[in-house]
Design a protein around this ligand. Structure first.
Ligand code: 8X3
Length: 252
């Protein structure tokens, strides 16, 4: 008889997703770790298996069939997903709308919006049939306000905000908890991806102030999932103390 809960985490190979996996492992939550990078998944799984049961799924969240096939392939003892952490998401580029790269736009919409929907569509039926479950959608301060050159990234995170609200409404009758965590600037590979590997530009984003670390967000997510069953943290915004909005950051 299974006693601890099972969580599926997307984007588990780095940043907030990895930190959540580590935090959950400490608390003995069983893990299904999803990501594109097989070797990284293997390394992480080898490390966390000393603390909890871990199963890994390697797929590209943009590939609809791969999402459904992989989640359907889960072995019997990992099929019951109690907690879904919709974390996978990226920014690609930071350009004014007139100069934006269409491939970047598509990648952000495909990963941040469509990928999140595919995974949710694959996981939610198990939750509705059991009439229980907890979904946490990783939004962003970029889903609460729009900043210069953020255009499509902000649009994709505003979509996550809308989907989070919609899920909470549509899943209400099943007793499923749904909530979003919307972080501001977190020092991860986020800016390196946004600036296509330009470390200098990426590092500059987090210089001159103390940004959030992935672990700060992971601890909050564990707090959310460990509340009593009648408590649902519906929507949470977290920024470093130095940050007041997307464009106001107190730097040294
Ligand atoms: C990350 C927040 O402001 O760097 O989602 O785009 S921001």
């Amino acid at each position: 008889m299974k006693t601890s809960k099972t969580a599926l985490i997307t984007g588990a190979t780095s940043g907030i997703g990895l930190a959540v996996a580590e935090e959950f492992a400490k608390h003995n939550i069983r893990l299904i770790l999803c990501g594109r990078r097989k070797e990284r998944l293997k390394e992480i799984s080898d490390r966390l298996e000393t603390q909890t049961d871990v199963y890994t799924l390697s797929f590209d969240i943009r590939d609809r069939n791969a999402v459904f096939d992989n989640i359907a392939s889960l072995p019997e003892d990992f099929k019951q997903i109690d907690i879904l952490i919709n974390n996978a998401g990226n920014a690609h580029g930071l350009e004014p709308i007139a100069e934006g790269n269409v491939d970047d736009w598509e990648a952000m919409i495909d990963i941040n919006v469509k990928g999140l929907l595919y995974v949710s569509k694959a996981v939610i039926p198990g939750m509705t049939s059991r009439k229980s479950g907890h979904i946490i959608n990783l939004g962003s301060t970029a889903g609460k306000e729009v900043y210069p050159k953020g255009n499509v990234y902000c649009a994709s995170k505003h979509a996550v905000d809308a989907i989070n609200q919609a899920m909470r409404i549509d899943l209400n009758e099943y007793g499923i908890r749904v909530g979003a965590v919307n972080p501001g600037m977190v020092e991860t590979e986020f800016s390196k991806v946004r600036f296509k590997g330009d470390e200098h530009r990426a590092n500059a984003v987090y210089q001159g102030f103390e940004p959030l670390q992935a672990n700060d967000v992971a601890e909050i997510i564990y707090f959310i999932v460990s509340r009593p069953a009648h408590v649902n943290i519906a929507d949470l915004v977290v920024m470093s103390t130095a940050q007041a909005s997307s464009t106001i950051v107190k730097k040294d």
